[in-house]
Design a protein around this ligand. Sequence first.
Ligand code: NCD
Length: 317
Amino acid sequence: MSFSFTGSHILSADQFDLSALTKLFQLAQRMETIANGEVTCNVLQGNILGSCFFEESTRTRWSSEAAFIRLGGSAISMTDPKFSSMFKKKETFEDTIRVLSCYVDAIVIRHPEEGKAAIAAQHSNVPIINGGDGKKEHPTQALLDMFTIQQELGRLNNFAIAMAGDLARGRTVHSLMKLLSLYSDIQFNLIASDSWQMPDELVSQVQGKGHHVIQTDDFAAGIENADIAYMVRPQNERSNGQDSDAPGDNFCLDAKTARKCKKLTAIMHPLPRNEEIPPEVDQLKEAAYFRQAKQVPLKLNFACPLHPRVHPRGFFF
Ligand code: NCD
């Protein structure tokens, strides 16, 4: 039976099947004008989102809260755990979630430890949405990344994706691998040195579903024939102070390299970016990371002085 979103926790990319994703992306497409603020919608009127972030965030917290508010609801947030009773008054994580769930209609949570969203779900009266826990899962970013690939490339089957950087600790690529594995005929070029390579179980999972995987530390060769380039920053906050950037892993997708990639349709990054994508790349029509946050509709008589070419889909610059 297909996964049903109604009233469900969103904890892992493992929960989804093809039919649920297809329905979700059709709905997301129809809601584009609401997301952009062009059309108002009150479907969540009277509902409150609790955002409970035990770890830093820019886009996940703001986008979750903005989405809820755009749909007519409101949001309350805990952005700094130091100001909750957990920090000095020894309130447990479980009690904190239980109390918050009494006041709100859904909770989006981020936590540095793996599995904390699932623990929260056991103690919550309302749906828990995992906005990233530990280095294993970030299902909401992965859903958005899938939608972006579909929008940019026009398909989710039969393409090549290069993922480069800290694939060992970057949780967004872990969840993305799982969702991509549901589709067919994808070439994965996983670019990292051994210490930063993708966990073996995820490589086996996509290979088991018939996809082709290349693991390499040669950035130029790995990215050359990709349709999608997905960059991951060094996740040094997860190093426990033991290691710094792996030597030779600081790949940089600059404008010169991007221009050499003949099939490249979209450059993606979950943000925040560090040095792996320099600001000069933001001007390229392939740069999709800010467009992913706000999709800019094409104005037909608009002549962009930097990039007069219209995106192949005829919708984006
Ligand atoms: C990422 C995260 O925090 O997991 N960003 C995001 O949520 N959109 C990526 C990162 O921190 O590198």
